[in-house]
Design a protein around this ligand. Structure first.
Ligand SMILES: Cc1ncc(COP(=O)(O)O)c(C=O)c1O
Length: 383
């Protein structure tokens, strides 16, 4: 089965009792048992629910994973994953993670003895040296990164991690399973905020972790039940509904993003466009090797002052100033003042997140309207 067919047909069949072609929503907190301990696979919705299972099968098939566990949010998924660690363990991250991931490690998990360090290796050799000197349990990274659209060679990083006995984890939220499948490139664990492209409509918050290891799946299910980071059945149903159109949405997200990246790279008020689909992106070749498409996220450095940039991002007609990404509507975000505000300014600057950097999540609007929106919003700054 190919991707689009799996997105529509995996996870559930038409209901044999009623013929309903779409799965029902099982809004039930508990499930009747025939005798004590004899259930039909479901006991209590903090642990399991039929809508969790439907979504898990659907998402696992898209990521070509054996198993998936769904959670209340992307951060809920990360919280469940870290229960695989113990006090004293070390997480080596590659800089360019979602701001909330840093916040969880640096402001909460540090108090429980989990060590976290983010580095920017300049070569594979430097990463291997870091494995040797720092002896981490985990390697954690995103590609494309947030918000600089840096690309890392997933297969090479996974191989290096394996050689050093390090467990590798990729946050695949920006690419979505449509564009990239890190498990197939040797990564041990893949997670997503399903709030973004997978849900796709900015109407639900959720997360998922995918693995080929049955023991890890068992642990993640245990962690969900034990820490209470379960989603609601309705939220899972909404995500299942969103997933059915993932491939058509991603095609439009990325064709719109490519058109806008090309347009902006020629604009006089633009210093730099960061989009892995542009042939002059420094890691375009690696992106092409590991991605089937380049998704709908791009960042731009405008030739504008901070005050002008702040004004620009509230002057679009169709592109709304808001956190999050991956929905049908276009969004703009100022990383230094929004998603990465919890990171101290000096650290942000070291990471390359300047005050002039703006991130766009390009939606599914007509491309002519979006280009027109940029034209009009940038017009006051020409001359
Ligand atoms: C790349 C990435 N990973 C993880 C998360 C966290 O997901 P959630 O907001 O669903 O908890 C986000 C949220 O913005 C994100 O952008």
């Amino acid at each position: 089965m190919k991707f689009s067919t799996k997105a529509i047909h995996s996870g559930s069949e038409p209901d044999p009792k009623t013929g309903a072609i779409m799965p029902p929503i099982y809004m039930s907190s508990t499930f009747v048992q025939g005798a004590p301990g004899e259930d039909k696979g479901f006991e209590y919705t903090r642990a399991h629910n039929p809508n969790f299972t439907i979504l898990e099968q659907q998402l696992a098939s898209l990521e070509n994973a054996k198993h998936a566990t769904v959670f209340s949010s992307g951060i809920g998924a990360l919280m469940a994953m870290v229960t695989l660690l113990k006090s004293g363990d070390k997480v080596l991250a590659i800089d360019g993670l979602y701001g909330g991931t840093y916040r969880l490690f640096n402001q909460v998990l540090n108090r429980f003895g989990i060590q976290f360090e983010a580095i920017i290796p300049q070569s594979l050799n430097e990463l291997q040296e870091a494995f040797k000197s720092k002896q981490p349990q985990w390697l954690l990274f995103e590609t494309p990164t947030n918000p600089l659209m840096e690309i890392f060679d997933i297969a090479a990083f996974a191989k290096a991690a394996k050689e050093h006995g390090v467990f590798s984890i990729v946050d695949n939220t920006f690419a979505s399973p449509y564009c990239q499948n890190p498990l197939e490139l040797g990564i041990d664990l893949v997670w997503h905020s399903t709030t973004k492209y997978i849900g796709g409509h900015s109407d639900v918050v959720g997360g998922v972790v995918m693995t080929n290891d049955a023991k890890i799946k068992e642990h993640l299910d245990f962690a969900r039940k034990t820490t209470g980071v379960n989603p609601s059945p309705f939220d899972c149903w909404l995500v299942t509904r969103g997933v059915k159109t993932l491939s058509v949405r991603m095609e439009r997200h990325q064709s719109n993003a490519m058109a806008i990246a090309t347009y902006l790279s020629k604009h006089p008020k633009v210093k730099n466009v960061l989009y892995p689909g542009l042939p002059d992106h420094p890691k375009h070749d690696i992106a092409k090797k590991q991605m089937r498409g380049f998704s709908g996220m791009l960042s731009v450095e405008f030739n504008l002052s901070l005050e002008e940039t702040k004004k620009l991002i509230t002057s679009f007609k169709y592109i709304s100033l808001a956190e999050s990404l991956g929905g049908v509507e276009s969004l703009v975000n100022h990383p230094a003042l929004m998603t990465h505000a919890s990171i101290p300014k000096e650290e942000r600057a070291k990471m390359g997140i300047s005050d002039g950097l703006v991130r766009f999540s390009i939606g599914l609007e007509d491309i002519d309207d979006l280009i027109d929106d940029f034209d009009k919003a940038l017009l006051p700054y020409l001359n």
